[in-house]
Design a protein around this ligand. Structure first.
Ligand SMILES: [Zn+2]
Length: 199
């Protein structure tokens, strides 16, 4: 009796008969087929989950955060009202412009990963993919000051909107390195104050 084995369909058969039963019993064949299919499907699902997990582990941890950030140089235009507001006082307008454009509008497409290092990261789009590109911090900020002032005038007509701005910009463009460095510092602090990225 101990030699008897229960088949998938629930019958008891002797060990010597079991393989013949399996091959001929329609119920057992069906059971076995569906069982094999189920295992195959589970294996597929496990493989898919493993692949997805590998993918997630390879991605930087900030992925969820930067999906919504607009890449550098693709920021939408600011409203004329916003521009008017930030032109007074003129001496603060560039940091305010950087805050509006790169942080409030774009969601923070510039970040400084480490305060004690002279590098800055800019969210760029390359071949449809968003990536953080590391640049020299001081060089980049100097460029950003220039780009911002050019845009204020050429895109928004700041000098026509505000006589104070026009005078300030003229003075600034003719000023020495110390004054220009001060503005660069202000922009650096604006980035540090507004970035959501830590470490
Ligand atoms: Zn059977």
């Amino acid at each position: 009796m101990s030699e008897n084995v229960r088949t998938l369909c629930g019958k008891l058969h002797s060990k010597s008969n079991i393989s013949k039963h399996r091959k001929t019993c329609l119920k057992c064949i069906k059971y076995e087929q569906s069982e094999r299919r189920r295992i195959q499907e589970e294996k597929c699902e496990i493989d898919q989950l493993k692949a997805r997990l590998d993918e997630l582990e390879k991605q930087p941890k900030t992925t969820n955060v930067f999906v919504n950030i607009i890449p550098f140089s693709q920021e939408p235009m600011l409203s004329q009202e916003t521009i008017k507001e930030l032109l007074e006082p003129a001496s603060d307008c560039v940091p305010k412009y950087v805050k509006q454009k790169h942080f409030l509008k774009a969601g923070g497409n510039i970040r400084i990963p480490n305060k004690s290092q002279k590098r800055i990261q800019v969210l760029c789009e390359e071949a449809g993919e968003k990536i953080w590109v590391t640049k020299d911090r001081d060089d980049f900020i100097k460029d950003l000051t220039g780009i911002s002032m050019t845009e204020l005038d050429e895109k928004y007509g700041a000098s026509n909107i505000s006589e104070n701005y026009r005078r300030w910009a003229t003075r600034f463009n003719n000023s020495d390195k110390i004054i220009q460095q001060k503005l660069d510092n202000q922009i650096l602090y604006t980035i540090l104050d507004n970035q959501t990225y830590d470490k």
